[in-house]
Design a binder for this molecule. Structure first.
Ligand code: NDP
Length: 475
């Protein structure tokens, strides 16, 4: 191994690590690469001759570390969980004061907080960094969410700003706060992504089962929607998915794919954290649960037989311009509500963990590179402009008009789908949240009465100050 000349090192050359390393090399930095299966490190260099001079494969961790310039920057891109701890344990004895370890996988932010604490006082630094955009994003420009000490971010910033996606010339990377802030935001990004995808799938379900449209026609509709308020990467790829034909059968590809979706954990974490914080992220929750139900395909098929006799109303959707405009408005409105829930969860975490999350900046760095990228995020960024205090996006002047106008369509779509027996769990969760959220007099007064009766939990009164317990009749 020669002298220490690499600007950064990547450990783990799977889908994400290899592409991120190529991205780094392409931007003119020298990147050292190490992988459990050593041959992959050498292959990365030989398979990419145009970038070969910027790629330094290492056969051992010692050589890998020795090839890094000081302060050394070591980025781990391995599956989240105990493996990250194992890899850190192997590398940290080889590092020196001021060196930085970066976990760029999809870590549980609680692990990131623990790892940040563990390196405190060792002279080493730890950064938890969420990377979104999948394989192509990693290769050509992801959205990057950084958590750790701000001064440590400074040592990474020149590289990260170059490799990140650019939105109108602005790099989609930012330091978001200490320890777990970056991975928390990435978790919520994925939760919102689940909601976006589930709601699109529900609208597809209405088009298929309520309107009887063919995928080709649906592709045209989504392509059209992609020119307006819903314009986003996910709507764009939906049109591509729907238009695609299977080369073997010439049938629409989407109709040949089994209706069972998996998940890797981040969506579930988003829901768990929202629950822990007491925030209602019901649309995200519905989306995560819907994947769980989808995965139980045999059970669903059996249940369909059991309930064959259940009659539903004929679908009341119109396939004309007005009917399609209604579906579009319903999806747009529910999307605003889902994002409001995601942002409310981040706002609550920011307070709970004293992170001071820059919510507007988060919208800005999601505008390109990541899976939920869209112009709509620019509207969210604007809602936070000038440090505007936003209690919940549903109360932001930027969205009140849009939701007020769109809610009627959402209501009609959810009602028609329910009567026709077409499941819309995420869309209906969004509508229920909206109605619940804007209801001045709720119904938990009864819940409080019950809790006081069976558990002496006490309650507040509307007409008097103080805490009260009532002697309810014995039951
Ligand atoms: P891959 O499965 O493609 O790659 C995993 C890497 O980890 C490989 O280099 C593999 O080495 C190495 N590895 C696996 N097990 C071990 C082990 N026991 N000891 C040492 N090294 C090991 O994963 P991805 O690149 O898809 O994902 C990496 C991280 O990025 C994950 O946290 C993932 O959640 C996250 N992520 C993934 C995205 C995606 O779209 N795929 C998007 C955003 C984040 P070897 O080659 O020897 O098998």
């Amino acid at each position: 191994m020669g002298t220490a000349s690499a600007d950064i090192g990547v450990i783990g050359l799977g889908t994400m690590g290899a592409n991120l390393a190529l991205n780094i090399a392409e931007k003119g930095f020298t990147v050292a690469v190490y992988n459990r299966t050593v041959a992959k490190a050498h292959a990365l260099k030989s398979d990419n001759p145009e970038l070969a001079e910027n790629i330094l494969p290492a056969g051992t961790l010692q050589d890998f570390v020795a090839s890094l310039k000081s302060p050394r920057r070591v980025l781990f891109m391995v599956p989240a969980g105990p493996l990250v701890d194992e890899e850190m344990e192997k590398v940290s004895p080889l590092l020196s004061d001021g060196d930085v370890m970066i976990d760029a996988g999809n870590a549980d932010f609680n692990d990131t907080v623990r790892r940040s604490k563990a390196v405190e006082g060792t002279g080493l630094h730890f950064v938890g960094m969420g990377v979104s955009g999948g394989e192509l994003g990693a290769r050509h420009g992801p959205s990057i969410m950084v958590g750790g000490a701000e001064h440590t971010y400074g040592t990474l910033q020149p590289i990260l700003e170059k490799i990140a996606a650019q939105y109108k010339g602005e790099p989609c990377v930012a330091w978001l706060g200490p320890d777990g802030a970056g991975h928390f935001v990435k978790t919520l990004h994925n939760g919102i992504e689940y909601a976006d995808m589930q709601m699109i799938a529900e609208i597809y379900g209405i088009m298929r089962d309520g309107l009887g449209l063919q995928p080709d026609r649906m592709a045209d509709i989504f392509r059209d929607w992609n020119t307006r308020g819903l314009a986003s990467y996910l709507i764009e790829i939906t049109a591509v998915n729907l238009a695609e034909k299977d080369p073997d059968t010439d049938k629409p590809m989407v109709e040949l794919i089994t209706d069972e979706a998996g998940q890797k954990g981040t969506g579930r974490w988003a829901v768990i954290e929202a629950q822990k914080l007491g925030v209602g992220a019901t649309t995200i929750e519905a989306a995560v649960s819907a994947r769980g139900v989808s995965a139980r395909r045999d059970e669903r098929i059996a249940a369909a037989r059991v309930y064959e006799a259940v009659k539903t109303e004929p679908a009341e959707f119109a396939g004309d311009e007005d009917g399609l405009a209604e579906l579009e408005a319903a999806l747009e409105t529910a999307k605003i509500i889902a994002y409001a829930q995601g942002y409310a969860t981040m706002a609550s975490a920011s307070e709970e963990f004293a992170w001071n999350l820059p919510l507007g900046t988060i919208a800005e760095i999601w505008r390109a590179g990541c899976i939920i990228r869209s112009h709509f995020l620019d509207d969210i960024a604007k809602a936070y402009e000038g440090g505007a205090k936003v209690v919940n996006l549903l109360q932001s002047p930027a969205f009140v008009g849009r939701v007020s106008k769109g809610q009627a369509a959402l209501r009609k779509v959810v009602a028609s789908a329910s009567l026709a027996g077409i499941p819309v769990p995420a869309l209906s969760a969004a509508l229920a949240y909206f109605d619940d959220y804007r209801r001045p007099r709720g119904t938990t007064n009864l819940t409080q009465a019950q809790r006081d009766l069976f558990g002496g939990h006490t309650f507040h009164r509307l007409d008097k100050d103080g805490v009260f317990h009532h002697h309810w009749p014995a039951v």
